[in-house]
Ligand binder design. Sequence first.
Ligand SMILES: Cc1cc2nc3c(=O)[nH]c(=O)nc-3n(C[C@H](O)[C@H](O)[C@H](O)COP(=O)(O)O)c2cc1C
Length: 368
Amino acid sequence: MTTALDILFQPIELGGLKLANRIVMAPMTRAFSPNGVPGENVAAYYRRRAENGVGLIVTEGTLINHPAATDNPNVPNFHGEAALQGWAKVVEEVHAAGGKIIPQIWHVGMTRKPNSLPHPEAHSIGPSGLTLEGKKVEEPMTEEEITQVIAAFAQAAADAKKLGFDGVELHGAHGYLIDQFLWERTNQRTDRYGGDLVERTRFAAEIVAACRAAVGPDFPIVLRLSQWKSAQYDAKLAKTPEELEQLLKPLVEAGVDIFHCSTRRFWEPEFEGSDLNFAGWTKKLTGKPVITVGSVGLNEEFMQLFREGKGADVADIDGLLERLERGEFDLVAVGRALLADPAWAAKIRDNRLDELIPFQAEALKTLV
Ligand SMILES: Cc1cc2nc3c(=O)[nH]c(=O)nc-3n(C[C@H](O)[C@H](O)[C@H](O)COP(=O)(O)O)c2cc1C
């Protein structure tokens, strides 16, 4: 008899990705790459997850070639010879361990602290120059800046393919640049990049299309989306399934293969009247494969870590397995549990549940 746990560990082919199982390492910024260059320690960190049964690794957010893409000089770049060589080594190590890996490509937009390293002289960019609180601190991005940023995302996707990654993930979630265009509050533009829900998808859709053109038809493109924004948990891009369908349609048409639907608790229904979570709705509305995420294997959600430095205890995954078995989602991303414990997937697979490690804030201090 096939159990739900067997399903979690069955090989699967989705959106062009051939995976050994359904477990995905969620993208997690670690900031251990001085001057933006990931070193041997970063390669070894990802290799350990691949060796211990993670089906697909999504790297930490890594930056497109734009001076205001971050405010942290220890976040890795995805441009420049030294950084790309570092990433080539990461790919080599993960593949040598039998794993699959895709980079998460990122620009923080208006969440960047002004005058911050690595490029204090650069000005922050966003659709309308508004912070997530809606405060105007910059001029809106010019069309020229928009074109440059789209090209930088496409270049990063092309480089991901050249370096031998298994696909690419675009960070369109959590209130960063791409999401700032999707969200009404931060996108007040009156040109073709602003307007109603569908018009606000133009920037994201053009990035996806440019990436698709850069990598060809067969290289998997994953798009990470979230309703919530950092510091705005109740924000919603789509208030109803109908709105979500409108939002997703242009993104599917532009060439997304897999949606990575970011929630903080995977069991929360997205809309009233149905149990389906954000990933479940996205799958139902698009027919595309989806990744779910949020407090898998842990009893507290992750933003408590940033608000209060709070950890989380181990929790069972029975509810997750029930949903997986029902086909609500295809893949399951695991964040903090895998950050704290490289062997989390192997322990679940082998029923070594008493060996699971709770997540503590101290885990952030080292690359275990
Ligand atoms: C330390 C840390 C860094 C994170 N950095 C990123 C990131 O770079 N990109 C991203 O999309 N999500 C990021 N996240 C969110 C995770 O990908 C994930 O969605 C979240 O932790 C919920 O999963 P969990 O409950 O299993 O930890 C981060 C989370 C943590 C804990």
